[in-house]
Design a protein around this ligand. Structure first.
Ligand SMILES: [Zn+2]
Length: 237
């Protein structure tokens, strides 16, 4: 018997009353679970077997699947369904993490951060793009591609001025070294914005001004390092 926290990222109907759940687990990475009887209205697994369900599950392993024996719902993120923008952004988070997460490879910080961002999406009425961008930038950093924002990649000088941000090189070039790399012109203020996002918790993102250009830079940066940019849910946003 194994116990783990899971977040359901996809549900697939299986046989008459069962579901196969694709989930992110806190200590095993991406897993698939069978929730037997979970389509029945009186099932004790009904709440934990929905998309977005975050729960503590007991399970047994059978070949490459897990069978849920019991589940205790921690959060269904029900409020996402009350705001269409929050709902779409939540779906994008699930699609993104589902792509990025690997089987047998886990990072509990990424799991906790994903649960936290969904929880914050539930409490907000605007600025979903900003919160999602913060998630994207923190995610790509946790995956090992934190952008280097302190010093010029070429001469090593501390950055205190408008610079050029290179996605491919993963950092900044100062005005004297700008010819060594191609990239996007960013102001010192925009550089500080990215620094602040990386250092802030989601509840403090509210106080940070993030312009459209930086939202796009963050997304392009993430997509470059994960090697995918055609997320279905983004077409809905
Ligand atoms: Zn330089």
């Amino acid at each position: 018997m194994i116990t783990d926290e899971i977040l359901v990222v996809k549900e697939v109907n299986y046989k008459e009353n069962d579901k196969i759940l694709h989930a992110l687990s806190r200590t095993k990475g991406k897993i698939q679970l069978i929730a037997r009887g979970s389509k029945k209205s009186n099932s004790h697994l009904i709440n934990a077997s929905q998309l977005f369900a975050y729960s503590k599950c007991s399970m047994t392993k059978s070949r490459d699947m897990y069978i849920i024996t019991s589940a205790e719902l921690i959060n269904s993120f029900y409020n996402l369904k009350n705001n269409i923008d929050a709902f779409y952004h939540g779906n994008y988070v699930l699609e993104l993490i589902s792509y990025v997460a690997q089987e047998n490879d886990y990072d509990y910080r990424i799991f906790d951060m994903t649960v936290a961002v969904l929880s914050h999406l539930c409490t907000m009425s605007k600025d979903f793009e900003k919160l999602t961008a913060a998630y994207e930038l923190k995610l790509v950093s946790m995956l090992g591609y934190r952008p280097y924002l302190k010093h010029c990649l070429s001469c090593g000088k501390e950055i205190k001025e408008d610079s050029v941000f290179s996605i491919k090189e993963g950092g900044l070039f100062c005005s004297r070294c700008v010819n060594y790399g191609s990239g996007i012109n960013v102001t010192y203020g925009e550089i500080l914005t990215m620094e602040r996002i990386l250092k802030s918790k989601f509840e403090d993102i509210d106080s940070i001004e993030v312009n459209q250009k930086i939202l796009q830079v963050i997304r392009n940066f993430l997509f470059y390092y994960i090697g995918k940019d055609n997320f279905t849910t983004l077409k809905l946003l």
